[in-house]
Design a protein around this ligand. Structure first.
Ligand code: DAT
Ligand code: MG
Length: 150
C-alpha cells in the first residue's frame, strides 16, 4: 500500500546540520517527497501535535525543545512508509536505537532524538493536516517510479 507519513527534523537536527544526511536516506530508499518546509512551531501547534503526551513529566520539556528553533516539517510517500520510516528512525531512546538507524547513528538522548515520524496511518493523516494545507501537498509523477515499484 502506498502511504504518506509526516516526518519532522527537530531543532537539534537543523542546528547540527543533519538535514541533508537524513533527507538523503529517504531519497536513497526511493521515497517521494510530497511537502517540505522550514518553520518555527508555535507553542499551541506543538501542544496539539504532542497532545497524547499531555500530563506526562517530560511534556513541558518536550514542548520547549521542539519550539526552541526551526524544524524541517515534511511529508513523504512510499510503500508501507509509515511503519518502515519508524524502523529507519530507530527506537525513541537513541541508546536503544540500532546502528544504521537515524537515531542510532546521530543521537544519544531521548530528549534530543532529532527526528519525529508518525506512528500509524491515522496519526499521519492527523499530523499532515496539522502542519500542511492541501495546496502544500504536491502530487507528482516521478520518472524512476517504475524502477522502484513493479
Ligand atoms: P516517538 O518520538 O518515538 O514516537 P513518543 O511518541 O513516545 O516517541 O514520544 C514523543 C517524544 O517525546 C519522543 O521523541 C521524545 C519525548 N519522550 C518520550 N518519552 C520520553 C521520556 N520518557 N523522557 C523524555 N522524553 C520523552
Ligand atoms: Mg510518537
Amino acid at each position: 500500500m502506498i502511504e504518506r507519513t509526516f516526518v519532522m527534523l527537530k531543532p537539534d537536527a537543523v542546528q547540527r546540520g543533519l538535514m541533508g544526511d537524513i533527507v538523503a536516506r529517504f531519497e536513497a530508499k526511493g521515497y517521494k517527497p510530497v511537502a517540505m518546509k522550514l518553520m518555527r512551531i508555535p507553542r499551541e501547534l506543538a501542544e496539539r501535535h504532542y497532545g497524547e503526551h499531555k500530563g506526562k513529566g517530560f511534556f513541558n520539556g518536550l514542548i520547549d525543545y521542539i519550539t526552541s528553533g526551526p524544524v524541517l516539517a515534511m511529508v513523504w510517500e512510499g510503500e508501507n512508509i509509515v511503519a518502515d520510516i519508524r524502523v529507519m528512525m530507530g527506537k525513541t531512546n537513541p541508546k536503544d536505537a540500532m546502528p544504521g538507524t537515524i537515531r542510532g547513528d546521530f543521537a544519544q538522548q531521548t530528549g534530543r532524538n532529532i527526528v519525529h515520524g508518525s506512528d500509524s496511518v491515522e496519526s499521519a493523516k492527523r499530523e499532515i493536516d496539522l502542519f500542511f494545507n492541501d495546496y502544500e501537498l504536491v502530487s507528482w509523477t516521478r520518472s524512476v517510479d517504475p524502477w522502484l515499484y513493479e
